[in-house]
Design a protein. Structure first.
Length: 197
């Protein structure tokens, strides 16, 4: 009998399901003990779609710098530190909800992923904003970016640890709570896109 591959040796991702039909093909839940591909997806077209969602969250957390220069500083390239933060946050999520934390994370990504965005179109020297649909891969990218940005804003110069803030953000986004930073950003983006139709 072959033992199951558990994420971080704790959580089974086999029974985690993606309810959003648009994200099913690009939200990877490939089983692995430690979700670390060492960047092997980098030079493959759409290779990002095969990277485990937990690793993608850790990658988005690595961009953590000074308050107004977000891609510099403390977390650049510190993958192991980022992975430890995600692991601790998932443990907190499991304690608070009692559910599989990977399922809660998937639900949070589904709720924080915007369906519409705006693009700039220049026509005769005048710039128009036009509403466009967002591709599934970019929807996940934006959702993870919104979650990481919300964690950054809340945890920056705060008494609370980043793990606790991340866990709260994931739970709030999974519940589609209006207090969640990522859900607010998604709603705002879709509202702007609606007005540009």
């Amino acid at each position: 009998m072959v033992d199951k591959v558990l994420l971080f040796g704790k959580w089974d991702v086999a029974d985690v399901e993606v309810t959003d039909v648009g994200l099913q093909r690009v939200l990877s839940l490939r089983p692995s003990v430690i979700p670390h591909t060492h960047g092997r997806h980098e030079h493959k077209k759409f290779g990002k779609a095969d990277v485990n969602i937990v690793e993608r969250l850790a990658n988005s957390l690595m961009h953590f710098g000074r308050k107004y220069a977000k891609n510099t500083g403390r977390m650049a390239g510190k993958k192991q530190k980022s992975m430890n933060i995600v692991r601790a946050a998932l443990e907190i999520v499991e304690l608070k909800t009692g559910d599989n934390p990977v399922q809660v994370l998937v639900k949070a990504v589904e709720n924080a992923a915007p369906n519409e965005d705006t693009t700039r179109i220049s026509y005769g020297g005048v710039v128009y904003h036009l509403s466009v649909d967002v591709s599934p891969l970019r929807r996940i990218d934006l959702a993870l970016r919104f979650i990481a940005e919300g964690v950054r804003e809340s945890a920056f110069s705060s008494q609370r640890g980043v793990e606790e803030v991340l866990a709260e953000e994931i739970i709030a986004a999974a519940n589609n709570d209006g207090s969640s930073f990522s859900v607010k950003k998604k709603t705002e983006q879709e509202r702007i896109a609606l007005s540009s139709r």
